[in-house]
Ligand binder design. Structure first.
Ligand code: FE2
Length: 428
């Protein structure tokens, strides 16, 4: 074996009667998951009863904007509208080199936090497609250790912005993976519905996945998710389509939602909430009571809809916080959705791991023989404790190689009531 992680506690599957397992890795793949591996390895990690999970997956991000906070000026109001205006000011000043540098820096942050797969939207409304070229280059460079999936995103509306559909098609031809959209930003509801039809037909023709910014609004009558589900069903795209944000669902009439959620389930449309952003940008013009704006996460999950949480933004025109930590995202999602029950809390961990992996279509994701050897060792005993502590990433393994490691955090361990673990030794 190349690497063995011993005494690992898993998030889900566990052999009955065994408190932990050994994970054997060979040739970049998980070769064995057994209570006690007799084999030796060139390198060993003693997890000592810590949680070992498949890596975090971010289902919704904007890597073309990340780490640009303050360029060309800061968003003083912190609102969505000033953020959009700022992005408009920044776009003409973007250079490929600066964009690549910032994206690669973010990927370093991501790796250190055990985030090894990211779906990033990339704005295609600028005919130069400079950001597309830059992120395709980043995708190529990080491929040895991080899965970067790109969505062709017409930020200013595929119908509203002149040339945007042609730009989107060019981006796909250049190697962008997923078809994006933003129906609520088109001029009318009818244009929004038409954009969904056009984009879904294009995706069906090309055999691609779809992920649209959909109904990122407090308007309860913004119902493009209904059209997205209907087009998904009509074109047979089940399991390949996601609606991102879906914040209008927070404000919708309950009777209407009782029809909508089963329609989403029937179509196999997934939902991606972005708790950090939704909680700060939605309901912004309300007085009190103030709507919180996140989509109906527990209700969607209960109905069998796949739900993931995305980070959306880190230090960009819309959001000046964040660090690539999907446990912070899960922590916020859990609080906003009031998912403090045991099963609900664990479901929030799934929303930044296995559910997000399923939306991205990562085929060899998991902790089982045959899966890609992508793993994170967390300074926690279980997924709920990991969220509570935003647990330290003690070791991160990508393609069978240890790519990041950090010592146990004594303060966090003391808080967890595990003084015996202070002597945690990562490597023998
Ligand atoms: Fe977004």
């Amino acid at each position: 074996m190349d690497l063995i992680i011993r005494r690992a506690v898993l998030a889900h599957t566990h052999p009955a009667g065994h408190p932990s397992v050994d994970i054997g890795i060979e040739g970049g793949r998980i070769a064995a998951v057994e209570p006690h591996l007799a084999a030796a390895a060139r390198e060993e990690i003693d997890a000592a009863g810590a949680l070992v999970s498949a890596p975090f997956v971010d289902a919704h991000f904007h890597m073309d904007a990340t780490l640009s906070y303050g360029l060309p000026r800061v968003n003083t109001s912190g609102t969505l509208l000033e953020g959009i205006a700022l992005w408009g000011e920044l776009k003409p000043q973007l250079t490929q080199e600066a964009l690549i540098e910032r994206a690669l820096q973010y990927c370093d942050w991501a790796v250190a936090r055990g985030l090894l797969a990211i779906r990033s939207h990339v704005d295609v409304c600028d005919g130069r497609l400079l950001a597309v070229e830059a992120l395709l280059e980043v995708k190529r460079r990080v491929a040895p250790y991080l899965d970067l999936q790109l969505v062709a995103f017409p930020q200013d509306g595929v119908l509203r912005s002149p040339g945007a559909f042609d730009n989107l098609k060019r981006a796909i031809a250049m190697g962008v993976d997923v078809v994006g959209g933003i129906p609520h930003f088109e001029r009318t509801m009818a244009d929004g519905a038409e954009s969904v039809r056009l984009l879904c037909e294009f995706a069906a023709e090309k055999g691609l996945r779809v992920d649209m910014h959909c109904d990122e609004s407090d308007d309860p009558l913004s119902r493009h998710i209904e059209t997205l589900a209907a087009q998904t069903h009509r074109l047979g795209l089940h399991g390949r389509v996601a609606g991102s944000h879906l914040t209008s669902m927070h404000s919708m009439d309950n009777y209407y939602v009782s029809k909508l959620i089963p329609l989403m389930r029937e179509s196999g449309v997934a939902a991606i909430a972005n708790p950090l952003i939704n909680i700060t940008l939605q309901g912004r013009s309300d007085t009190y009571p103030k709507r919180r704006g996140m989509t109906r996460v527990p209700e969607l999950m209960a109905a069998g809809v796949t739900v993931a949480f995305g980070h959306d933004c880190v230090m960009d025109p819309w959001y000046s916080f964040g660090s690539g930590d999907m446990l912070e995202v899960a922590h916020m999602g859990l609080h906003v959705a009031q998912m403090t029950g045991t099963d609900a809390s664990r479901a929030c961990f799934d929303a930044v791991t296995v559910n997000a992996a399923s939306i991205l279509g990562l085929e060899d994701y998991g902790v089982a023989p045959g899966c890609a050897a992508n793993l994170v060792v967390l300074d926690a005993r279980d997924p709920i404790e990991a969220i509570r502590l935003r647990a330290a990433r003690l070791a991160v393994v990508s393609r069978g190689r240890v790519v990041s490691r950090q010592p146990a955090q004594r303060a966090a361990l003391a808080l967890a009531g595990r003084p015996e673990s202070v002597d945690f030794r990562l490597h023998r």
